[in-house]
Write a protein that binds this ligand. Structure first.
Ligand code: ZN
Length: 205
């Protein structure tokens, strides 16, 4: 059944699953990829962090592995799921919190490393939808008030966040971004490649 993806809000193929058919929900989403989320955590997560986590982890997977489902579960469900589905990837809220970049420069580094993964060769263009870019750029699709009540950000607020990152990346000559066609086309520029090389050196040393 086509319904809203519980993470990014786009249309996704959605199905109840699990032993009693009510404990887990399976999503096939063009933005977030394939995942199965536990009902226990679904209403209780920072969806923006999940969207970015899935984006950045899916781009490192082979086409074959992308078809497998991520299990997004609570800490106490991990063991049960790993035993039952040893070939699937299981991730908890804590792991996503620990992965999420804390500072602006960490976010920029993650964005550039992600582009380098998607770029086939120097000068190649990377095609992404606006929604995929929102996940990649750590844009907030939701606001949470002090009582953790959630509201969706407006299209204007999303565009502002998108343009903020876009201006920074282009201003530093890290990338060239072309939004003239339906998909957004991104090309890494020599200064971007240089920063990526420096980051990769730090990683391997
Ligand atoms: Zn989604």
């Amino acid at each position: 059944m086509v319904k809203e993806c519980c993470i990014c809000g786009e249309n996704a193929e959605v199905e109840n699953t699990g032993e009693d058919c009510h404990s887990y929900i399976k999503y096939e989403c063009k933005v977030c990829g394939n995942f199965i989320i536990s009902i226990e955590i679904r209403g209780n997560i920072d969806k923006d962090k999940y969207a970015s986590f899935l984006h950045y982890h899916n781009i490192f997977l082979s086409e074959q592995d992308k078809k497998k489902f991520w299990y997004l579960v609570s800490g106490k469900e991990v063991e049960k799921i790993q035993k039952r589905y040893p070939h699937n990837r299981v991730v908890t809220n804590q792991e996503i919190e620990d992965w999420y970049p804390q500072t602006f420069s960490e976010k920029i580094n993650t964005i550039l490393l992600g582009f380098s993964k998607l770029s086939k060769y120097d000068g190649s263009s990377i095609e992404m939808t606006h929604e995929q870019c929102c996940s990649a750029f750590f844009a907030k699709r939701y606001n949470y008030d002090n009582n953790n009540n959630e509201s969706e950000t407006t299209q204007e607020e999303r565009n502002e966040q998108f343009e903020y990152i876009e201006d920074y990346l282009q201003g530093n000559k890290f990338v060239r971004i072309d939004k003239s066609s339906e998909k957004i086309s991104i090309t890494l520029l020599p200064d971007g490649l240089k920063r990526i090389e420096e980051l990769q050196k730090i990683k391997t040393h």
